[in-house]
Design a protein around this ligand. Structure first.
Ligand code: ZN
Length: 466
């Protein structure tokens, strides 16, 4: 049956042509050994990296392979934002517990917008070379929606926890059912049951919102500790890692001692001791500094947030517009907030400086630091905030190698996925970015993207954005 044979052969050729990619004679950034491999060929087959070898005179293009000439360019692993929230838009209406404008944008409408535009936001991430995102704190509805993007070449790899397990739920977030980003913990047994209730939705990990309230944070932290321990124990029994929101030294310490795998923020209330640093190191805890998110709340709410042109290129226009319209939407609501928030500016500056000092201590001691923005929070925009966060980390004292590691292999370590992605090595998912300039010469070069290779498919940045 010659006709059938030719058809089959044709299909074979098309499949081979679409599944092989060679990036030829480029400079490969090896983030696991802090080395630049000069003049290397990287072969990708069926979405995986299958070889990384020195280019030789004898190197020939395999048949039916798409070839990208990497000469004079730099190939880095795809970047990762290890802390984002898709239930939050980054706009003015996203946190009614911080500023309540629900009479202008009902919260269910805000959540609907977040669902309807998740694809747009994912496209922005990929177009920026961010090929992995980790969402510590979503809802059952978002966990279900996440799966629809798994095979989309415009979407990053998405790892997501379920709702945050917490001892405190702010009023606007009560009674949201499937959309709730919170589950209240009321007893140890109910807390274990709450962890088990997340399992059918297949979260990639579990998240705790370890909030302390009242004047004595030490005793408040200890009162809530049994819940934290119960979550960690139950999650670990089910082979799930645990991420913890803990911004005070005491909560971060108690969480790490109890077995937390991932601290999603810096400690910002005191300069950390060497004992604390050694605790994180000994327990292999990954820490995400999120240096800009709290300051962004203050900047927006005190009417002091100014978008740069560079930022707007990667920012969704709708949440950005909502922030630009503040405080004009309702000055009666905004004016007292502006006054109150402005009066706290010095406190925030102190906390920011403590975070920077702590980050430098951690990185110098070899604690695993992962880049993350907390994007989606008020003023912290999906995708574009990544480069502002990186600049803050650089100012805290990280060098370009440390920034590259934090943004690639260390983010993979958050979920123990470092054998799957995070570096350019044989067998890993082919998520890479080909840059026109050397990323070790400065962060500005991280934006000079020629190609994004996402799930093995080469994409031009402008073609990914809608
Ligand atoms: Zn967060």
């Amino acid at each position: 049956m010659p006709k059938y044979f030719f058809l089959s052969f044709f299909i074979f050729l098309v499949q081979a042509a679409t599944s092989q990619l060679l990036i030829k004679n480029t400079n490969v950034i090896d983030v696991e050994n802090n080395k630049m491999l000069i003049g290397y060929d990287v072969l990708v087959e069926n979405g995986r990296i299958t070889s990384v070898v020195k280019t030789t005179a004898a190197s020939r293009d395999p048949m039916a392979t798409q070839v990208i000439d990497g000469g004079g360019k730099y190939l880095i692993p795809g970047l990762a934002d290890a802390h984002v929230h898709f239930f939050q838009t980054g706009g003015l209406f996203t946190r009614p517990d911080a500023i309540d404008l629900r009479k202008y944008q009902p919260y269910d409408k805000e959540l609907k917008w977040a669902h309807d535009h998740m694809e747009d936001l994912l496209r922005l991430y990929t177009s920026a070379g961010i090929t992995s995102v980790i969402d510590p704190g979503s809802s059952f509805h978002f966990l279900q929606q996440k799966d629809s993007f798994a095979n989309k070449t415009y979407a990053p790899v998405i790892k997501m926890s379920g709702p945050l397990l917490t001892t405190f739920v702010p009023d606007p977030f009560k009674d949201l059912g499937n959309e709730s980003p919170f589950i209240l913990m009321t007893s140890e047994e109910q807390t274990r049951e709450a962890v088990r209730s997340e399992l059918p939705y297949k979260p990639d990990f579990i998240k705790i919102w370890y909030i302390v309230r009242g004047p004595n944070i030490d005793s408040s932290a200890r009162i809530n500790l049994p819940f934290v321990k119960a979550v960690i124990d139950e999650a670990h029994k089910n082979n799930l890692r645990v991420a913890v929101h803990a911004t005070q030294r005491i909560t971060a310490q108690l969480a790490a001692e109890a077995g937390a795998d991932y601290l999603v923020h810096s400690v910002d209330d005191e300069v950390i001791s060497n004992d604390f640093v050694q605790l994180l190191k000994k327990k292999n805890v990954v820490l995400c500094p999120t240096l800009i998110v709290a300051g962004n709340y203050m900047k927006v709410l005190s009417n002091n947030y100014h978008f740069t042109d560079e930022e707007l290129k990667l920012t969704h226009p709708v949440p950005a517009a909502s922030i630009k319209n503040y405080p004009g939407l309702d000055t009666a609501i905004a004016n007292p907030i502006i006054k109150r928030v402005t009066s706290r500016k010095a406190n925030r500056q102190l906390a920011d400086s403590i975070m920077a000092v702590n980050l430098k201590k951690l990185i110098d001691a070899g604690v695993i630091i992962a880049t993350g923005t907390d994007a989606g929070n008020l003023g912290t925009q999906h995708a574009s905030s990544y480069f502002i966060e990186l600049e803050a980390m650089r100012q805290a004292g990280l060098n370009n190698w440390q920034l590259l590691q934090a943004s690639t292999i260390n983010a993979a370590k958050v979920l123990g996925a470092q054998n799957e992605w995070g570096s350019i090595a044989k067998g890993k998912i082919a998520n890479m970015v080909l840059l026109n300039a050397n990323p070790l010469d400065g962060l500005v070069n991280w934006r000079k993207i020629d190609w994004i290779i996402n799930k093995g498919v080469p994409l031009k940045p402008e073609s990914v954005r809608k």
